[in-house]
Design a binder for this molecule. Structure first.
Ligand code: SF4
Length: 361
């Protein structure tokens, strides 16, 4: 039997590094001659999760589901509309910006646009050290050389400019920039989606090695489920600003319950054209986040929606071992077991194969 998912509360256990509690972020939409606020984009609504020290926590979903907004609000790039974020038990909104930057950093999706083309890579990597007044110029240069070597870029290239590097090398520079202040926590915002598949594997393996070496904690934002399965310990699935399902990675990929999660899994291509399988297709487009549907936000696209789905918002409930699901009919799926197609063993193998082939150096 499901139980209501408990909020994190201020008494988060010691092993929790980051606690996001009922985080809501709405962006105003302005219009008319006076540019008055005429609507709000509901980018994230009542989002809650904890990330343990040393863990990789994945946030997945379609474009526009709010996952990047959550990551950037955690880092105070955007101020939250409401809710609380605790980092090591401290309220992030009250932390000094320099303390925040030293402890929490971001790796951006676009390795081309995220590096200033007018500054040498040594200057880009060392900017944080300079801003924070850390060390003498000689000590800073030594730290820059050291971090460049760690991420696999020869420190001899410190005086070169970003356009002289490939996409994968630029992403390594972005990682070096994020790591030079020795943060505890990194938001990895689609860090490999702009890269070639062969380069993706190198960057993913680098992130994994760095996590082991520096004890890093990651929030990993992605839409590629194969990548998420490879790198994440636990995963939350977002739809239209809400978390609809959350579980540890083997449980989510082996026993997804929410119809949206199952449809995402079914959309993973199988590298065998002869294979026939039943697929759960999501019809229609993502509704406008300025006017999300009443009740369950997935009701306009859900093949098994019921009357209650249009009137009441489903709470996020715990179906055991921290497997959280927000769906009125999740109990029925559990009992019937076959209400929606289960992931086949072939599907598991296909995901595994696709990950392995994309992560072979
Ligand atoms: Fe579908 Fe209803 Fe469950 Fe929403 S609550 S996912 S509409 S069955």
């Amino acid at each position: 039997m499901a139980t209501e998912a408990a909020g994190s509360g201020n008494g988060a256990p010691d092993d929790v590094l980051l606690s996001v509690q009922s985080l809501t972020k709405h962006f105003p939409v302005r219009g008319g001659i006076l540019l008055r606020t005429i609507a709000h984009v509901h980018a994230a609504d009542e989002v809650s999760f904890d990330i343990k020290r040393g863990e990789t926590f994945g946030l997945v979903g379609e474009s526009g589901c709010g996952k990047t907004t959550v990551g950037r609000t955690i880092l105070r790039i955007y101020p939250p509309t409401s809710g609380q974020i605790l980092f090591g038990g401290e309220d992030v909104s009250k932390l000094d910006r320099k303390v925040l930057a030293r402890n929490m950093q971001i790796i951006f999706q676009d390795p081309y646009g995220s590096l200033d083309p007018r500054i040498t890579v040594g200057g880009i990597i060392g900017e944080g050290l300079e801003v924070h007044g850390m060390g003498s110029p000689e000590e800073r240069n030594e730290q820059i050389r050291e971090i460049m070597d760690i991420v696999g870029i020869s420190s001899h290239y410190a005086q070169r400019y970003p356009h002289e590097f490939s996409g994968g090398q630029r992403q390594r520079i972005g990682i070096a920039r994020a790591l030079v202040l020795r943060p505890q926590f990194l938001v990895c915002d689609e860090p490999v989606s702009a890269l070639d598949v062969s380069i993706q594997s190198q960057i993913l393996n680098l992130l994994r090695d760095l996590q082991g070496e520096f004890g890093l904690t990651y929030l990993f934002i992605a839409h590629n489920l194969a990548v998420v399965r490879y790198v994440c310990d636990r995963v939350a699935v977002m739809y239209l600003g809400k978390i609809v399902e959350q579980a540890n990675t083997p449980e989510l990929f082996g026993n997804a319950i929410h119809p949206y999660t199952r449809a995402l899994m079914d959309a993973i291509p199988v590298p065998d054209p002869s294979e026939q399988r039943e697929r759960l297709i999501i019809p229609g487009e993502l509704p406008s986040p300025t006017n999300p549907p009443q009740g369950c936000r997935f009701n306009t696209r859900c093949a098994v929606a019921h009357d209650v789905c249009f009137n009441e918002e489903p709470p996020l409930r715990d179906y055991g071992d921290g497997h959280l699901v927000a769906c009125h009919l999740a109990d029925d799926f559990d009992r019937r077991g076959t209400a929606l197609p289960q992931l086949s063993s072939e599907m598991h193998d296909a995901i595994t194969d696709s990950v392995q082939s994309s992560t072979t150096d």
